[in-house]
Design a protein around this ligand. Structure first.
Ligand code: HEM
Length: 205
């Protein structure tokens, strides 16, 4: 018998897919801008600048929706790592991803109405959404209005550490996204989590 639990409200799903489209746009245009040798670009320079700036500003707005939505709906609590049985849950989950999944076992901690994330998701989502995303957005805003940057930091141009942080935070998000898409296929079926992110319902069994 398949169990069906409603997990994700419509606002989170709309936020999530808008966020995913914007980040994919920022990734393709960001790669084009970073490796901007003539003739080698994915997207022509001028177009890449326009798209990157606009998608970046839109991401600031959608991030604000995410933070306010999480506070108002109480969803922020899902992101807080819970200490009880933490290491055991991490161990069981690591075992599942390295071994159990290849033997057709069921995930040890499927989402429930009260506990949406695994211990690993809580930590990773918290770091990505509350540390890395603000870093990429704040450095992006300073990059767009460079007068906001300090004149000098430790004897170098103040924009240099901003540029390095922007690049590293962007890279972290891209690496997260690759792992996140793979882990999104690790439910009881390959499509279980992806369907949940579209319909809001988690179907188990
Ligand atoms: C094409 C790209 C993406 C796909 C296919 C995807 C897929 C998914 C899936 C299947 C889930 C359900 C839970 C899980 O399996 O972990 C999920 C949740 C989530 N994703 Fe993504 N994702 C994408 C991009 C992103 C990006 C770029 C971010 C952030 C920078 C992100 C942040 C999140 C967060 C925070 C949740 C939990 C939402 C909540 O329940 O509060 N995703 N995603």
């Amino acid at each position: 018998m398949r169990e069906r639990v409603f997990i994700l409200h419509i606002w989170i799903r709309i936020w999530h897919w808008t966020n995913a489209v914007l980040i994919l746009t920022l990734t393709v245009t960001g790669i084009s801008l970073h490796f901007s040798a003539p003739g080698l670009m994915l997207v022509p320079f001028e177009l890449a600048v326009q798209l990157h700036d606009r998608a970046g500003l839109a991401l600031v707005a959608t991030y604000a929706v995410f933070v306010v939505g999480n506070i108002v709906s109480g969803n922020w609590w899902q992101y807080m790592p819970k200490p009880e049985g933490f290491w055991l849950r991490i161990r069981n989950q690591a075992r599942y991803h390295l071994w159990g999944i290849f033997r057709g076992e069921d995930p040890p901690y499927p989402p429930t109405a009260t506990n949406n994330f695994t211990a690993m998701q809580q930590i990773v989502y918290w770091i990505v959404m509350y540390l890395v995303m603000p870093t990429v957005l704040i450095t992006g805003i300073i990059y767009m209005w460079p007068d906001l940057a300090p004149q000098q930091v430790l004897g170098v141009d103040g924009l240099l550490p901003i540029a390095v942080l922007h690049f590293l935070a962007g890279l972290a998000i891209v690496l997260f996204m690759i792992a996140h898409i793979y882990l999104g296929t690790c439910g009881s079926r390959v499509s279980t989590h992806l369907r949940m992110m579209i319909t809001g319902w988690h179907e188990h069994g």
